[in-house]
Design a binder for this molecule. Structure first.
Ligand code: SF4
Length: 71
């Protein structure tokens, strides 16, 4: 099982919450989040980052089932 993580850059305000909660997956550059480039293994930190994003800018989809895990 793998997840696809996408970022709506138009919504990201650069709070840095995602990079703080899941630093292994999200980078923080030039005031904006940089999500993982490809599919990632399921990880509670990634889901927590998506759930805690104040702008609801992060989407997480289970590639095996197509189920949207967040939002
Ligand atoms: S938590 Fe959301 S608003 Fe903040 S940097 Fe990450 S994607 Fe952007």
């Amino acid at each position: 099982m793998t997840w696809l993580v996408t970022l709506d850059v138009g919504r990201c305000t650069g709070s840095g919450v995602c990079a703080a909660l899941a630093s292994g997956h999200f980078a923080y550059r030039e005031g904006r989040s940089v999500p993982p480039e490809g599919p990632v293994d399921p990880d509670d930190d990634v889901l927590a980052a998506a759930e805690c994003c104040p702008m609801e800018a992060i989407s997480v989809t289970d590639l095996a089932t197509g189920r949207v895990l967040h939002p």
